[in-house]
Design a protein around this ligand. Structure first.
Ligand code: SAH
Ligand code: SF4
Length: 425
């Protein structure tokens, strides 16, 4: 497992604020007496579950592919739906396991079709008061695609100064199954499984969830084993069948893990850059003190599979008077020279207690124009889902506490939804 080291530990520099805070808990286990769900498991995980139940090894291959189809193609909720699985095995499965998904606590739909779900994971023990940790998942429909923004951790151990998620107390890694289950819940809610919508059987006309971005809560490269396995499940062509070219993983810059992401997940890469000088990036993205810009860009240049057809997305949050000058735009273009790149300008999404403001629209437009004139496609997209505050990584309970001013800014269109813009075609 990719484990974080903790610079806030004794011996770390006292003068600087901590880069990382300790996770509350990292391990996940099912509570005693509670049946585990098969939803979200890898093929290997499913095989082990069947073996553990006493299914003979020689049968597992066939059984895994049958159950796999029911879970990931048909979206089955009950073992009784599995018509090609024998009665005895179905009963045995129901005795040992469930097909439960994370609980949908709230579901909101924006006027523009953006949807946001607050999901409660199965309880894991005392640290979550046996209540289950909560995460958010957002679906953004587009003309020719539908993008699902998923979380990889509950909270985040990193402490980027402009990010609300980083202030959250409870932090733990999500399991592979919990990451994949977000896609299953979205397909459930959208009627996006085969057979759920008229005209969907057979020919598969137009899936609704076509793209995945790991831009919800958490730092995916601090939970890389689970993220790699989750991407394998999501992109299995006999299952959820998403293309790896349509799966983007966003990182704040965990340099030593970037190559592995490319080699083992073959996913698209997004980098939360946000600043062009180390001094400023140290403050905005404290992980920069460990892996400064030059190292980060080297890792980008060496990203496996990088080409003009597979560009890296550089995310840049627009902070008024902080990183939004013409000089910053010029330096940004200079810095990325030679890297096949897209630049994603994100209007800052304010939250209670945040010390930044979003850049004015004219400034964002000018910045964007500069970047565009340098040859990068970087339109600032119309913010989506602003009436339901669909900014990924902000729990509903938290968003409800938004101050009136912050709310007003969001309603004026200052959402973080442009995060999802500029996905691969
Ligand atoms: N931890 C990963 C992925 C999750 S954050 C990362 O940092 O890349 C997804 C994106 O949202 C990142 O680019 C992050 O910098 C950005 N973001 C976080 N808080 C934001 C805010 N308040 N307004 C706008 N974008 C924000
Ligand atoms: Fe974590 Fe990403 Fe937020 Fe930084 S921006 S605190 S890495 S979720």
């Amino acid at each position: 497992m990719a484990t974080a080291s903790f610079d806030s530990a004794p011996g770390a520099s006292r003068a600087l604020p901590a880069i990382e805070k300790a996770p509350e808990v990292t391990a996940l286990s099912t509570l005693p007496g509670r049946k585990a769900s098969l939803v979200g498991l890898t093929r290997e995980g499913l095989k082990q579950a069947l073996l553990g139940m006493g299914v003979p090894e020689r049968e597992t291959r066939m059984r895994v592919s049958q159950i796999w189809h029911w879970i990931y193609v048909r979206g089955a909720h009950e073992f009784s739906e599995m018509t090609n699985v024998g009665k005895g095995l179905k009963a045995q499965l129901a005795d040992h396991f469930t097909l439960e998904r994370p609980e949908v606590v709230t579901a909101q739909v924006s006027r523009d079709g953006t949807r946001k779900w607050l999901l409660r994971m199965a309880p894991t023990g005392a640290h979550d008061h046996n209540r289950g940790a909560e995460i958010e998942c957002v679906y953004i429909p587009g003309d020719d695609r539908g993008t699902l923004c998923v979380s990889s951790q509950v909270g985040c151990t990193l402490t980027c100064s402009f990010c609300h998620t980083g202030t959250q107390r409870l932090v733990r890694n999500l399991s592979t199954a919990e990451i994949v289950a977000q896609v299953v819940v979205a397909r459930d809610a959208l009627g996006d499984f085969t057979g759920q919508m008229p005209g969907k059987d057979g020919g598969e006309p137009g899936r609704l969830v076509t793209n995945i971005v790991f831009m919800g809560m958490g730092e995916p490269l601090y939970n890389l084993d689970a993220v790699i396995d989750a991407i394998a499940v999501m992109s299995d062509q006999e299952g959820l069948a998403l293309s790896r070219r349509r799966i983007t993983v966003s990182t704040s810059g965990v340099v030593p893990q970037i190559e592995r992401l490319g080699l083992e997940a073959n996913a698209m890469l997004a980098i939360s850059l946000h600043a062009v000088r180390d001094e400023l990036r140290d403050e905005l993205v404290p992980l920069n003190r460990k892996y400064p810009i030059a190292q980060l860009l080297d890792a980008c240049r060496n990203y496996p599979g990088l080409s003009n057809a597979r560009r890296i997305t550089f995310e840049y949050v627009m902070l008024k008077g902080v990183n939004d000058s013409d000089a910053d735009a010029r330096a940004l273009v200079r810095l990325l020279k030679g890297i096949p790149a897209k630049i994603n300008l994100i209007p800052f999404n304010p939250w209670p207690g945040s010390k930044y403001e979003c850049s004015d629209w004219e400034r964002i437009e000018r910045f964007s124009e500069f970047v565009f004139n340098a040859g990068y496609a970087s339109p600032v997209r119309t913010p989506r889902g602003r009436d339901i505050l669909a900014a990924c990584g902000q729990l509903k309970s938290e968003t409800e506490k938004l101050r009136a001013r912050a709310r007003m800014m969001l309603e004026e269109g200052m959402g973080a939804e442009a995060v999802y813009a500029d996905q691969v075609d």
